[in-house]
Structures are given as structure tokens and as C-alpha cells.
Write a protein that binds this ligand. Structure first.
Ligand code: FAD
Ligand code: NAP
Ligand code: FMN
Length: 671
């Protein structure tokens, strides 16, 4: 069967990289450059000319891109924040080859999605959507515009073929809301669903959900278009290795995300592609006892023009542990200081390299690649060919297969045992993949988010973090250490006279104090869930000082032991004494025989809470563990509303849902 051809002139990048910042970058920006009135004219003129130049470039890029899409007939759009949906899209676009088709993964933010109906101009074309959900059932930043367009448009998508794989997590209230919406809305607009919506649960086994969906999806595509698989899965390199023996060191990336030397010459605005190197001003242990390490960090943002609001998140780009990187070099027998580029073999692709190149293997493994999470099955499949022991090769292939035995083996040997790539290579000595192929396959190291634990009203020049260091023993007896928290823990305030610094940017959130300071707030944040509330409380204290306060400020905090991990105890008690915190309730879960959690204290104070919520329009905030705590607290609120408001369970659920819609019940939770 001859390959289909995609002549997608409509499918052109709206914002070519390097020409203008993406919407997500714009959104992520904490930097504010509010124009002063006197500067207005020059700014307007500057904007006008920049726009003119931008349009000129855009035309050039559009032409280039339109021609680059020749021969592609499957487009896999991804809505992704932390890279998983993007990875899945890449895998699906690669799969297309087995059916004589040509696929490409595409970021919807870079295309004019309002022209989606023009896919019908291409015979037998297919749009696949891998869509992750965030927040309160929201799309990812890069899918926001597409999502809004889908909501508003009445354009007919008659004849557009599509399929959706949703990525989400069942512990969240709005499970896979974005994927479900996209799937439903495309069908409503007349597009043809060629395969059922796939649902991936990150709390369960997202990889398995995807593999199982994909396994049935391709035969359905094959049948729908009347094409046949051209053969077995085969490993095809996407990037070619170029070794630079004699390169100007100034042209080699050393960890920058986009602009070369951006860490040496720092220029605002700072965002996900251009993080600010914030010096660490404070790094102290918060807990007084116990085996864990809970820490308070202060990042100095003086001079960066970064602005933030209480409730925002700070994103931090960590580095992988040096000893793990060295171990990889040793196992693979590679000189980590070799300067290389991995260049896309598809010259027309708009993704030239898997990470900034040229760079060294050491930099790639330290800054750009995720070497600490258990690898996905596609990585196992691709590296299997390099195992010289047939048994190892068979096991790797089995784990990458969709057989029940293979899935169970992958689940137990890789996921449950938390084997990362180093552990896999150690436990399969016959496996010796070339380092460049491994670098092509490993996913990108992601930024970690932290709820900002300060208020810019009080600390305009610093951003505070409250975090717990992740360290645990695996089933194989290894100690696994969380990448970012262990790296942050070791960030000493002065490092050989130089201040150690952290690449960071601010991501705006919807987690906000009420507009009116007279509104009561009820904050529930056990453990590190206290973080954003330190900012909220500082802000309420600042408002009170300005004579603008007045609303009740209620905190429900929980920790294991009063004497060990009552974080910010002195500060909180002082806020209580000074009347900033009008109520401080602490649940010490392990100081008595039975567990006492925040929700038990909520239940005890149901009259007061009901009065604050129903009569005084209090705002409720929950922060911390998404898996159990947030759900249990929500159920407790259902009970309180049911009992105190004399409602049925369903009425109480509706009552809380209405508060959510009105922005009076907000969650900042993670798992
Ligand atoms: C919006 C948001 C706000 C956040 N705010 C905060 C905050 O204020 N404070 C804070 O401390 N964290 C916060 N987090 C979590 C934070 O982003 C990181 O996920 C966390 O610090 C761990 O990062 P790490 O790189 O150290 O660990 P990683 O290297 O990412 O390792 C963590 C992973 O290890 C695994 N793991 C952890 N413990 C175990 C175990 N016992 N057994 C098996 N596997 C395990 C889990 O898969 C986990 O995802 C927030 C997350 C989000 C999304
Ligand atoms: N992905 C990651 O790597 C990562 C990293 C950090 C934190 N987290 C998440 O963030 C959460 C907070 O971590 P932390 O270390 O700050 O908290 P923590 O100290 O483990 O817990 C804080 C308090 O909450 C209690 N608690 C446990 N289950 C609860 C529930 N269902 N309802 C209400 N309270 C409950 C704990 O009690 P007991 O412990 O005595 O039961 C403890 O008293 C963790 O649970 C974890 O899910 C994830
Ligand atoms: C802060 C946060 C909020 C999330 N909110 C939701 C949600 O509301 N509904 C849902 O189904 N999944 C939610 N998820 C789970 C993600 O959608 C899921 O982990 C997905 O695999 C992420 O894909 P990505 O890596 O491509 O961004 C959330 C995850 C995080 C970290």
C-alpha cells in the first residue's frame, strides 16, 4: 500500500521557536515589566515594529513548515505539561511506519488548530490527540488555546478522522476531563472517531493503559483505512550521532534550556525556557526530629524582575546525582566528556535534537535526561537488541510486549521495584546499549514544582520553598533518592565563596486568597501542604498591618509528632498570639494510639465551620497529598454540610461543587 500524503498547508506553526515566546512561556512568566506612562509611546512603537518583523518571519517559517509536512498523514497532537503525553505522541507517530504511514508529533500551540477541518483535504488522514488533564480538570498550557477554540467553535469537522488518548490520574476530582472533553467535542462537531477514547491513569499504571490501548488502536486504524502492517516492530533510530572533536567550547551547551550561555548572561523575562539562576539565601532543616529531612529554602530573586503572588508555584530545574551519571558512564564504557550532537534524521522535522546540542554526554545525563525514573516499555524494547545474553534480550522484549506475562513482569521487575536505567544495566550485565542511543531514548528531565511558601507583599525579593526530601528503599534493597529534593538539600548558601543557585521560574496558579481581606479563609494543609499557607498568612498579616484585614484566618495543620515535625511552629504560634491566625488547629497523627488527622479536627469544629462557610462566605483551601488527604477532607466537608445544613448527601455534594465553581473551594494538591 502506498503511503498517504499529507499536504497540510494549513498546518503551520503559529509561533516559530526563537521568534516569539509561546503562550505557556508567557503564562509561566513571573517577571512583570509594567510600562510606565512616559514610556508608553516608545513601547508601542517597539511592539509595532516587533510585530511587523514577527509577521515577516512567520511567513518564512510557514512556507518552510508546509513543505516539511509532505508525506505525513498521521498527526499526533499532544497536550502535555511534564512530557508524558508528548512521549506517547512520539511513540504513536513512530508506530505509523509499520503501516506504511508517516506520522509526526505536534504541539497544538504551534499550529492553527482552527483549520483542523482542512485535514479532510488529505486522503485517509488521521489526527490523534494525547491529552493530559491538570488543575480542576483543565487542559495543559500548550493545549489551552485549542481547548478554548473547541469550546467556542461551531465549525464542522465532518470527515476529520480522530482518536483520543487521555492522560490523567484517578486521585483527582476531574479524572481525564480534558481527554474526555476533546473526544466528545470532536464527535459533536462531526469528526469521525475511529477508535474509542483511551483512558490512562497515572495513579494506577499509565504505561500499561497506553500499551493496551495502542495494541487495539492500530488494528482498528489498519481496518478503517484498509492498510496492512508492513512487518514486525522494528527499532529505527530517529537521531544520528555526530561527534565534535574540535569544537569551540563557547558553542557547547552546558545545561541551558534554550539560549546558549543564558546562565552566564541572564536576561529577563524568565520562564520555562529561560530560567533565572536564583542564589540560595537560606537553606535550613525544619523538623526537630525523626529520620526525614524537611527543609525551608529561600531563593533570592532580587534584580530578576520576577513577580509572584501567594499561591503560585515555583518551578525548579534540578540536576541528576553526579555519582549516578558517573556510574552510567562506567557501565557503558563511555567518555562522558565527548562533545556530541544528536541530529534528527528527518531533516524536515521541527524538532532538530532531543535536547540542546552540541553538548557532552555528561551534560545530557546531568541536566537534560531523566535517569532516575523507571524507564517506559519503549525504552526496554529498543535497548533489548544490545543484550548479548539471549535470556536478557527475551525478558526485555517480553516486558515491552503487550502479553499479560510481559505486563506483569514489567510491573513487578521495573515499576514496583523502582528500577531506573542504572539499576537495569547493573542487573543485566550483558546489556550494553551505545550511550548515544540511550540518550536518544531517555525522556527529558522535568522541572519540579513547589508551592511558594511566602508572600511577595512581605518578601518581594525572595521565594520560599517548604519541601520534604524524598528517599526510600526499593524492593531490590537499593536506596533511591529524589532528584530535586536531594539536590536542593545539598545547596549550601555559600559554595566556595560563590552563592549556589537554582534555575527557576514562576508558574501562575488559580490558588488565590479572596479579593476581600474581610472574607474568612479556612486553610487545610498537613505536612508540606502548609507551604502556600505560609504565604497566605504572611499576606493576611501584611493586610492586617495596613488596617485592611478583619476576616477570620483559620488553619488546620497536621504532622506526625508535635516534637518532631510541627513545621514553622514558632512562626505559627506567634501569628496566633498576634491575632493574624484567628484559629490554629493541629492534628498530631502519631502522638497517641489512634491516628488524629486534620479531618477529625474539622469534624469536631463543624458548627464553627458551617457558620464560616454558609453565613460568612468563607473560602476553603486544601493543600498537600492528593491521593488520600484531599479526598478524605472533601468527604468530611460533604458530611459537615449534610449534617449542619440538613441536606441529603447529593445536596451536600452539589453544595461543595458550587463552592468550587465559585472559587470558594480550591485545592493545590499533588501525589
Ligand atoms: C503543583 C505542585 C506543587 C508541589 N508543591 C510541593 C511543595 O510545596 N513541597 C514539596 O515537598 N513537594 C511539592 N510538590 C512535589 C514536588 O514537585 C516533587 O515531586 C517532590 O519534591 C519530589 O521531587 P524529587 O525530584 O525529589 O523526587 P523524584 O526524583 O521525582 O522522585 C519522586 C518519585 O519517587 C517515587 N517515590 C517517592 N517515594 C516513594 C516510595 N516511598 N516508594 C516508592 N516510590 C516512591 C514516586 O514515584 C515519586 O513520584 C509539588 C508538586 C506539584 C505538582
Ligand atoms: N511525589 C513525591 O515524591 C512526593 C514528595 C513529597 C510529598 N509527596 C506527597 O505529599 C504528601 C505530603 O507529604 P509530607 O511528607 O509533607 O506529609 P507527611 O508528613 O507524610 O504527612 C503529614 C500528616 O498528614 C497525615 N496524613 C496521612 N494520611 C492522611 C489522610 N488521609 N488525611 C489526613 N492526613 C493524613 C500524616 O499522618 P501519618 O503519616 O501518621 O498517617 C501526617 O500527620 C505525601 O503524602 C505524598 O503523597 C509526594
Ligand atoms: C498538579 C497536578 C494536577 C493534576 N490534575 C489532574 C486532574 O485534574 N485530573 C486528572 O485526571 N489528572 C490530573 N493530573 C495527572 C496528570 O494529568 C497525569 O500525571 C499526566 O500523565 C501528566 O501528563 P504530562 O506529563 O504529559 O503533563 C494532575 C497532575 C498534577 C501533577
Amino acid at each position: 500500500m502506498a503511503p498517504f500524503h499529507l499536504h497540510t498547508h494549513w498546518l503551520k506553526p503559529l509561533v516559530p521557536s526563537g521568534v516569539a515566546a509561546s503562550r505557556s512561556q508567557r503564562r509561566a512568566r513571573g517577571g512583570g515589566d509594567a510600562p510606565r506612562t512616559g514610556l508608553l509611546l516608545p513601547i508601542v512603537l517597539f511592539c509595532y515594529f516587533s510585530y511587523y518583523i514577527f509577521l515577516k518571519h512567520l511567513r518564512y517559517y510557514c512556507t518552510y513548515f508546509a513543505s516539511s509536512l509532505q508525506n505525513k498523514n498521521i498527526v499526533v497532537f499532544y497536550g502535555s505539561q511534564t512530557g508524558t503525553a508528548e512521549e506517547f505522541s512520539n511513540r504513536l507517530s513512530k508506530d505509523a511506519r509499520r503501516y506504511g504511514m508517516k506520522g509526526m508529533a505536534a504541539d497544538p500551540e504551534e499550529y492553527d488548530m482552527s483549520e483542523l477541518s482542512r485535514l479532510t483535504e488529505i486522503e485517509n488522514s488521521l489526527a490523534i490527540f494525547c491529552m493530559a488533564t491538570y488543575g480542576e480538570g483543565d487542559p495543559t498550557d500548550n493545549a489551552q488555546e485549542f481547548y478554548e477554540w473547541l469550546q467556542e467553535t461551531n465549525n464542522s469537522l465532518d470527515g476529520v478522522n480522530f482518536a483520543v488518548f487521555a492522560l490523567g490520574n484517578k486521585t483527582y476530582e476531574h479524572y481525564n476531563a480534558t481527554g474526555k472533553f476533546v473526544d466528545k467535542r470532536l464527535a459533536e462537531l462531526g469528526a469521525s472517531r475511529i477508535f474509542d477514547l483511551g483512558m490512562g491513569d497515572d495513579d494506577g499504571n499509565l504505561e500499561e493503559d497506553f500499551v493496551s490501548w495502542r495494541e487495539q488502536f492500530w488494528p482498528a486504524v489498519s481496518e478503517y483505512f484498509g492498510v496492512e502492517a508492513t512487518g514486525e516492530d522494528c527499532s529505527i533510530r530517529q537521531y544520528e550521532l555526530v561527534v565534535h572533536n574540535d569544537i569551540d567550547v563557547n558553542k557547547v551547551y552546558t545545561g541551558e534550556l534554550a539560549r546558549l550561555k543564558s546562565f552566564e548572561i541572564q536576561k529577563p523575562p524568565f520562564d520555562s525556557k529561560n530560567p533565572f539562576l536564583a542564589p540560595v539565601a537560606t537553606n535550613r532543616k525544619l523538623n526537630k526530629g525523626g529520620t526525614r529531612h524537611l527543609m525551608h529554602l529561600e531563593l533570592d530573586i532580587s534584580g530578576s524582575k520576577i513577580r509572584y503572588d501567594s499561591g503560585d508555584h515555583v518551578a525548579v530545574y534540578p540536576m541528576n546525582d553526579t555519582s549516578m551519571v558517573n556510574k552510567l558512564g562506567e557501565i557503558l564504557g563511555s567518555d562522558l566528556d565527548t562533545v556530541i550532537s544528536l541530529n534528527n534524521l528527518d531533516e524536515e522535522s521541527n524538532k532538530k535534537h532531543p535536547f540542546p546540542c552540541p553538548t557532552t554526554y555528561r551534560t545530557a545525563l546531568t541536566h537534560y535526561l531523566d535517569i532516575s525514573n523507571p524507564p517506559r516499555t519503549n525504552v526496554l524494547y529498543e535497548i533489548a537488541q544490545y543484550a548479548t545474553d539471549p535470556k536478557d534480550q527475551e525478558n526485555l522484549r517480553k516486558m515491552a510486549s503487550s502479553s499479560a506475562e510481559g505486563k506483569a513482569m514489567y510491573h513487578s521487575w521495573v515499576q514496583e521495584s523502582r528500577r531506573n536505567i542504572v539499576a537495569i544495566l547493573e542487573d543485566m550485565p550483558s546489556l550494553q546499549p551505545p550511550i548515544d542511543h540511550l540518550c536518544e531514548l531517555l525522556p527529558r528531565l522535568q522541572a519540579r514544582y513547589y508551592s511558594i511558601a511566602s508572600s511577595a507583599k512581605v518578601h518581594p525579593n525572595s521565594i520560599h520553598i517548604c519541601a520534604v526530601v524524598v528517599e526510600y528503599e526499593t524492593k531490590t534493597g537499593r536506596t533511591n533518592k529524589g532528584v530535586a529534593t536531594n539536590w536542593l538539600k545539598n545547596k549550601v548558601v555559600t559554595d566556595n565563596g560563590n552563592k549556589s543557585s537554582v534555575p527557576m521560574y514562576v508558574r501562575k496558579s488559580q490558588f488565590r486568597l479572596p479579593f476581600k481581606a474581610t472574607n474568612p479563609v479556612i486553610m487545610i494543609g498537613p505536612g508540606t501542604g502548609i507551604a502556600p499557607f505560609m504565604g497566605f498568612i504572611q499576606e493576611r498579616a501584611w493586610l492586617k498591618q495596613k488596617g485592611k484585614g478583619g476576616g477570620e484566618t483559620v488553619l488546620y495543620y497536621g504532622c506526625r509528632h508535635q516534637k518532631e515535625d510541627f513545621l514553622y511552629q514558632e512562626e505559627l504560634e506567634e501569628y496566633e498570639r498576634s491575632g493574624v491566625l484567628t484559629q490554629l488547629h493541629v492534628a498530631f497523627s502519631r502522638d497517641q494510639e489512634h491516628k488524629v488527622y486534620v479531618q477529625h479536627l474539622l469534624k469536631q469544629n463543624k458548627e464553627n465551620l458551617w457558620n464560616l462557610i454558609d453565613s460568612q462566605t468563607a473560602h476553603i483551601y486544601i493543600c498537600g497529598d492528593a491521593r488520600n488527604m484531599a479526598r478524605d477532607v472533601q468527604n468530611t466537608f460533604f458530611e459537615i454540610v449534610e449534617e449542619m445544613g440538613g441536606m441529603t448527601h447529593n445536596q451536600a455534594v452539589d453544595y461543595i461543587k458550587k463552592l468550587m465553581t465559585k472559587g470558594r473551594y480550591s485545592q493545590d494538591v499533588w501525589s
